[in-house]
Write a protein that binds this ligand. Structure first.
Ligand code: HEC
Ligand code: HEC
Ligand code: HEC
Length: 457
């Protein structure tokens, strides 16, 4: 009996040593806790994040003394690996004083604080003073709202929705109308393909939600690609182009399909040669670009046209701009669920996507379940060759999602309900009740907007 008691006392003492030591030993200093800035809200947020959070969310982490014990090290490193997978602050922390936290990272922070999810429970067992206090939560949320207002909010949002993670699209974007008109022609011009059979619109039809509504696109000579064609509508709001982000801008992107042997299979000298034979087009061209057609001028005009492909005035945007009757009750419930279930932590901003690279299969292995893994499934890894980027994709926009089927980079389903269930399973880690799936889909259907004044269909 005495012996058992003795062991118990030792275990309790040992169990106390770590948490008590954690109370006394200060958190290791890092870029955030040491941040110097005039911005008071940022300074407060950085202090909280620096002490209580970043050690699991930056690869510059410092292991505590008890990580020397064999089991502890494994548990701690596992926590950090998972933490980094979900929320990696490296890039932002490199210059936190002058660059805003990216929109998706900001939405994740907001969601986590609002739902009291961090720090993890088992960590709090050993770090008694690391639970976020009410003041600290308020400081983090005030900073999130401030960054959003300064960098991401739309001025045309109703005041009560000003701090939403998603924002309404603008009515239009300021552009040179002559470039847009020329770009419109070129976007629909089959002479951009080697055999005069395909234009950009063949795979990004403005009457098909900006896509081809096929699992994979068919290029020249009937060649079938290996990745789904994303919409060009609202692509101007994306932070990069292509599923893997390999083009920085729309102008850079437009060079890709022309030269791609299984898409348009052409080259710029060939395209320019064909365009130069068209006198009417040349007159219009020279009025905008005195240097005449070239890779630079053609892609510049197409880029301008694509930037004009904005689809405002969806029912959801009217709602965000103050018209409470624009959404049905079920759609409003769907939007609330969309936020609760973390969807709006990746599908953020005006385009509801296109602001970050995220894992397909954040919480469960989508590719193991689907099988037949191809190079196209590696996503961002194909550009960076960084192992941590394997299976990360630029988050697709959910604008006009009812029309942009089939869904996902692999075009694996045309059923929006199925796409929502897939996201819930692999990226959120929940099995949604069918009523919730239906409400979310009803909400997603409210994202269809207008192009040139007419609702897309
Ligand atoms: C002990 C390591 C650890 C600490 C400390 C920690 N986190 Fe995390 N964090 C994780 C792990 C692990 C996950 C993965 C999700 C989970 O396990 O719940 C995560 C996930 C997250 C996410 C992503 C949530 C999402 O919706 O995708 C955010 C944001 C986050 N943490 C913020 C914080 C904040 C803010 C703090 C400080 C208050 C903090 N974390 C402290 C380990 C940590
Ligand atoms: C044969 C079909 C096909 C043709 C023709 C085609 N595209 Fe694409 N487009 C695709 C596919 C497939 C992707 C996705 C490729 C990837 O991400 O690796 C894509 C991606 C894009 C994207 C990126 C969108 C995003 O959200 O990342 C833009 C913009 C785009 N195309 C514009 C154009 C333009 C402009 C043209 C004409 C110069 C064109 N496309 C011609 C099939 C096509
Ligand atoms: C961790 C980030 C993340 C979360 C959380 C998330 N998504 Fe996604 N979503 C993505 C990525 C990345 C893709 C593209 C995956 C692919 O193509 O393989 C995607 C694709 C989609 C698509 C298909 C879009 C298209 O054009 O192909 C839909 C629909 C969608 N998500 C809805 C949702 C819903 C609804 C939720 C919440 C239940 C959700 N997502 C949660 C990152 C996320």
């Amino acid at each position: 009996m005495k012996k058992v008691l003795g062991v118990l006392v030792i275990l309790i003492l040992l169990g106390l040593v770590v948490p008590v030591a954690n109370l006394v030993i200060p958190a290791p200093p890092n870029r955030l806790s040491a941040l110097r800035t005039e911005d008071l809200l940022l300074a407060q947020a950085a202090r909280v994040l620096g002490v209580k959070c970043v050690n699991c969310h930056t690869s510059e982490y410092v292991l505590p003394f008890y990580a020397k014990f064999p089991v502890a090290k494994g548990i701690i490193e596992q926590d950090i690996r998972t933490g980094l997978r979900f929320w990696n602050l490296d890039e932002w922390m490199a210059d936190a004083a002058s660059q805003p936290m990216p929109e998706a990272a900001l939405a994740k922070l907001e969601h986590t604080v609002q739902h009291d999810e961090m720090p993890p429970t088992q960590y709090l067992l050993l770090h008694w003073s690391h639970r976020l206090s009410a003041d600290e939560k308020a400081a983090l949320l005030a900073w999130v709202a401030d960054v959003r207002a300064k960098h991401y909010a739309a001025a045309w949002t109703a005041p009560r929705f000003a701090n939403e993670p998603v924002q309404p699209l603008p009515q239009s974007v300021a552009l040179d109308p002559a470039k847009v008109a020329l770009g419109d022609k070129l976007y629909h011009d089959v002479r951009l393909s080697a055999d005069d059979t395909l234009s950009c619109a063949s795979c990004h039809g403005l009457d098909k939600g900006g896509t081809d509504q096929a699992q994979f696109s068919t290029g020249i000579d009937g060649q079938v690609g290996d990745i789904n064609s994303p919409t060009t509508f609202n692509a101007g709001f994306h932070f990069a182009q292509f599923w893997d982000g390999r083009a920085a801008t729309l102008e850079d992107q437009a060079d890709g399909p022309v030269n791609n042997p299984i898409e348009m299979g052409s080259n710029w000298p060939q395209v320019v040669g064909k365009l130069q034979q068209d006198e009417a087009l040349m007159a219009e061209f020279l009025a905008v670009y005195p240097e005449g057609p070239s890779k630079e001028s053609v892609t510049d005009a197409i880029g301008a046209f694509e930037r004009s492909l904005v689809t405002p005035d969806s029912a959801f945007d009217k709602y965000l701009m103050g018209d409470e009757t624009a959404l049905t009750d079920n759609q409003q419930r769907g939007y609330a669920l969309f936020k609760d279930y973390h969807c709006a932590t990746c599908h953020v901003g005006m385009a509801m996507g296109g602001q970050s690279y995220e894992y397909m299969g954040l919480v469960a292995d989508y590719f193991a379940a689907r099988g037949n893994v191809q190079k196209a499934d590696f996503g961002r890894f194909n550009v960076t060759e960084n192992e941590a980027d394997r299976h990360k994709f630029k988050v697709p926009s959910l604008r006009n999602i009812a029309l942009t089927y089939p869904y996902f980079h692999d075009g694996s389903t045309s059923d929006l309900k199925e796409a929502v269930r897939t996201m819930a399973t692999y990226n959120v880690g929940v099995t949604l009740p069918e009523a919730d799936v239906a409400a979310i889909v009803a909400f997603l259907e409210s994202l269809t907007g207008k192009y040139k004044g007419a609702l897309l269909q």
